[in-house]
Write a protein that binds this ligand. Structure first.
Ligand SMILES: [Zn+2]
Length: 72
């Protein structure tokens, strides 16, 4: 007790404002992510999912492609 560490898998934030008897503490960042996934994931699965591991890959932009492939 005291530091209120986020109980989400892989999250090391402390002083979390959100608390659940069932799931423990959740930081603001994880709460925002969970809210964005409402309807798509159970809270249990979300808490067990590694933080930041399931972000969708950003589609490559033309600038990304230009930066990745330099003329030889
Ligand atoms: Zn968190």
């Amino acid at each position: 007790m005291g530091i209120k560490a986020c109980d989400r898998n892989g999250c090391d934030r402390i002083m979390c404002d959100n608390y659940s008897d069932q799931f423990g503490y959740l930081c603001f960042e994880c709460m925002t992510e969970l809210q964005s996934k409402a309807g798509n994931i159970t809270i249990g699965d979300f808490m067990a999912s590694p933080k930041g591991a399931d972000k969708p890959a950003e589609p490559a932009t033309l600038d990304d492609i230009d930066a990745a492939f330099n003329p030889s």
